[in-house]
Design a protein around this ligand. Structure first.
Ligand code: ADP
Ligand code: MG
Length: 214
């Protein structure tokens, strides 16, 4: 049964398993069990499971593992719809990433643009951003480049991609600054009418996992 899986069964390095244990996590959740090995093997991934099901670590753990295999420049970009979610994601990356001196940078509204520009120029490993503020930076300064990222994560992908959500123009600016070849990880509590849009962001070959209905 899924519930008996351990983090070490998911091809995660022992330092990550230790960090999970130190956080008090005993078993990976279903979305983690299903998505982590696929992400580690290089696949694009769409994961759908309700709020609170552990989606953040489903992408954060494999990204941190890959980061340690080839650390350079800005490695992963995580987009999320709200400032609050950006900070929550950063907290989880920080807990696991402290074992490897992870440098991350949060780019959301309500913070000093100049200071953010400086932080971006220091080549953090992970940038966690809301689309509006990141688009502002891409349009206004050239202190950093996203051209070499390996991972694009859309957290709450349906909210980011839903038309009328106001993110369309900003996402266009951001996507045009990214390399064409990258690993796309899309996570969401719901994937409804945005499924086609979600699939467009990922490559043709995408692993999709949706939590079974309860
Ligand atoms: P989601 O993004 O699916 O809404 P989160 O990734 O924010 O959910 O996780 C919700 C909470 O569950 C967080 O506090 C997180 O630390 C915790 N969590 C994540 N994975 C596990 C796990 N394998 N076992 C127990 N708790 C976990
Ligand atoms: Mg989440």
């Amino acid at each position: 049964m899924d519930i008996m899986e351990s983090f070490s069964d998911l091809k995660l390095n022992s330092w990550i398993v230790r960090q999970c244990e130190a956080m008090g996590l005993k078993h990976p959740t279903p979305i983690q069990i299903n998505c982590i090995p696929r992400i580690l093997s290089g696949e694009d991934c769409i994961g759908c499971a309700k709020t609170g099901s552990g989606k953040t670590l489903a992408f954060a753990l494999p990204i941190l593992q890959k980061l340690c295999e080839e650390p350079y420049g800005i490695f992963a970009l995580v987009l999320t719809p709200t400032r609050e979610l950006a900070f929550q994601i950063a907290d989880q990356f920080a807990v696991i990433g402290k074992a490897v001196n992870l440098k991350q940078c949060i780019i959301t509204g309500g913070m000093d643009m100049v200071q953010q520009g400086q932080e971006l120029s220091k080549k953090p490993h992970i940038v966690i951003a809301t689309p509006g503020r990141l688009a502002d930076h891409l349009e206004s300064c050239n202190t950093f480049s996203l051209k070499k990222i390996k991972f694009l994560v859309l957290d709450e992908a349906d909210r980011l991609l839903a038309g009328g959500g106001g993110f369309d123009k900003q996402l266009k600016i951001i996507f045009s600054a990214l390399p064409r070849i990258r690993q796309n990880l899309l996570f969401s509590a719901t994937i409804t009418d945005t499924l086609e849009k979600v699939k467009q962001v990922a490559s043709n070959k995408v692993f999709m996992w949706e939590a079974p209905a309860e």
